[in-house]
Write a protein that binds this ligand. Structure first.
Ligand code: ZN
Ligand code: ZN
Length: 245
């Protein structure tokens, strides 16, 4: 279920001065997650009827969109080198042509060509689909990893770097140090200024700045073996499928 973006209230921890947050009046008492001191939201904050009000935008969806976009644009899917594709095309066409031609008593030129074409289709289509599937699943894994990493970020005010408590949910609140208005969702914290989209994008970019794995492309060893198995199975199918006609 998507989490509702709410108006939260903030107050400083009396011990460590971190910004503490409360999203619902019934959650006013807790231990400061930064220093462990007992914390209690002031009555005037809790009595405010606006506390916990639903806001007219979906902060987690906005944040996720920025994460997806960042990973997608940096991601290089597994790609096969040109010479591999060319060699594979030649081998599968030759094999198809040979197998089909030799299965007929008097093969004509068009029979050889037909065999070649069939061989090409039977190998290159599954090859392309498998590569595409690998690229898609790799991207989904990277998005998951980036999202999990961002959730573990140390929550700090993006304006003044003041320590914050991890927000109890998505929503807006004020930094108790610089009084800036902030929005939090999914581990990201941005300044509440429009366009928010740009703010999320910047926050994601700086959070994932040093994560080199995002733009690492190429085919990893298990994937290579998978491609080899697919190609081998397809070539076998060409040999027996076309040869037995
Ligand atoms: Zn504290
Ligand atoms: Zn601040």
């Amino acid at each position: 279920m998507p989490e509702t973006t709410r108006l939260m209230a903030s107050f400083p921890c009396l011990e460590c001065e971190a910004t503490l947050l409360v999203a619902k009046p019934e959650h006013r008492e807790f231990d400061c997650p930064r220093c462990g001191a007992k914390a209690k939201a002031p009555k005037r904050l809790v009595d405010d009827l606006e506390l916990g009000k639903k806001l007219p935008f979906d902060a987690p969806a906005e944040a996720q969109q920025a994460i997806d976009h960042h990973v997608e644009s940096a991601h290089v899917g597994p790609e096969a080198p040109g010479w591999v594709i060319l060699a594979l095309a030649i081998v599968s066409a030759a094999l198809g042509s040979y197998a089909y031609g030799h299965s007929l008593l008097r093969p004509t030129q068009s029979d050889w060509a037909l065999g070649g074409g069939l061989g090409l289709v039977m190998v290159m289509l599954p090859f392309g689909f498998t590569l595409q599937w690998l690229a898609t699943s790799e991207l989904a894994k990277k998005v998951g990893r980036a999202t999990a990493l961002i959730r573990k970020l140390d929550p700090r005010c993006p304006r003044c770097d003041h320590e914050l408590m991890a927000p109890p949910g998505p929503g807006t609140f004020g930094c108790t140090a610089c009084k800036g208005s902030l929005v939090a969702a999914s581990g990201l914290i941005i300044v509440d200024e429009s366009p928010r989209k740009n703010r999320w994008t910047q926050a994601v970019a700086s959070a994932l700045e040093s994560e080199r794995w995002i733009d690492e492309g190429g085919i990893r060893t298990p994937q290579k073996w998978m491609m080899v198995v697919v190609v081998f199975a397809c070539l076998t199918a060409v040999w027996f499928g076309l040869g037995a006609t």
